[in-house]
Write a protein that binds this ligand. Structure first.
Ligand code: FAD
Length: 282
């Protein structure tokens, strides 16, 4: 699949670095299942707030890219890293044959913002371009429902444009369940003559309490009709998961019909929920 082929959706899947050897074994099995069924264009690997999982991210990237056919896109953040550390990390990724990155400022750790040499993701994008030219395909984060720290929608969008124009190739959105938020965001990009692909991030629905907690933290809205139905199914996991699969599969279909250039699945290191959605939309 090619990001340049707008007729073929670019499917990608996101993992987080496991904490244990058993978790890594499970992840390798999940990776294989998703590869065999969905065959994503790439897998991405997150890092923890403040760069806390830097080593585990690297270890996971190395595990997954031992299959040379596989495109792995590590997430990279300027939070808690010096420019020298970032430059060293970029060199290491180049040596590993990595040519795609998801480039972020990163979340501010609970104990507060560390001293950063680069403050925002646009500066990191510019730094990567300065150090490595066009080597990397750079993905950035987009927030159709606005970033939780943003002062105003207009400011947030202005900063998104700055970040994109610093040298990004494409963007992946925070998840959302209201398609209007996405189409409105894409229209605003078109009006601003920003023509990079904006790939919707897709969060499966498998657990009510976790989804609510996570959504409150990252500023993603769960529409009332979904929240009410999930609450009603809280003690009936099968019905909750079936409902969640139908809601998210329908969202994916609507997005692709509306011209979304791909889908980025937040897998949470599990394959079942993603495969259930996939089987409904393929
Ligand atoms: P930025 O684009 O820098 O924006 C951060 C905030 O600052 C926004 O409110 C923006 O409006 C504002 N801002 C931007 N530029 C300026 C400026 N010049 N002056 C003042 N304000 C400004 N988090 C992790 O910890 N690990 C991950 O692996 C991870 N992966 C993610 C993947 C995706 C696809 C997405 C959507 C998010 C991910 N996140 C991850 C979460 C992300 O790190 C947080 O949302 C973080 O708070 C913001 O990162 P950013 O790159 O969007 O920041």
């Amino acid at each position: 699949m090619s990001i340049d082929n707008i007729n073929k959706p670019v499917i990608s899947c996101e993992f987080f670095p496991p904490r244990t050897d058993a978790g890594m074994e499970k992840l390798i099995a999940t990776h294989q299942k998703l590869n065999n069924t969905i065959d994503p264009a790439f897998f991405s690997v997150t890092f923890g707030a403040g760069g806390t999982t830097r080593d585990r991210t690297m270890e996971t990237v190395k595990q997954l890219c031992s299959d040379k056919q596989q495109i792995i896109a590590p997430h990279i953040s300027c939070m808690g890293s010096t420019k020298q550390q970032l430059a060293d990390l970029l060199d290491e990724y180049i040596e590993l044959g990595i040519n795609r990155l998801v480039t972020l400022r990163g979340d501010i750790p609970e104990q507060g913002s560390p001293d950063n040499e680069l403050s925002y993701a646009n500066e990191l994008v510019a730094f990567i371009r300065e150090k490595t030219g066009d080597h990397f395909h750079i993905e950035i984060a987009a927030y159709p429902e606005y970033h939780p720290e943003s002062v105003s929608p207009d400011e947030d969008f202005k900063y998104f444009l700055n970040k994109a124009r610093a040298g990004a190739n494409s963007a992946i959105t925070q998840y959302f369940y209201n398609i209007d938020a996405y189409t409105n965001f894409v229209e605003k990009c078109e009006q601003a003559q920003l023509n990079i692909p904006i790939v919707p991030g897709i969060m499966p629905i498998t657990n009510y309490a976790n989804l609510v907690r996570f959504s409150d933290g990252c500023g993603a809205e769960i529409p009332r009709w979904i929240r009410k139905q999930l609450a009603a199914y809280e003690d009936d996991l099968d019905s909750l998961r079936e409902f969640g699969t139908n809601v998210v599969a329908h969202l994916c279909e609507q997005l692709l019909q509306a011209g979304a250039p791909g889908l980025h699945f937040y897998t949470l290191n599990q394959s079942d929920a993603i495969l259930n959605i996939w089987n409904k939309i393929k």
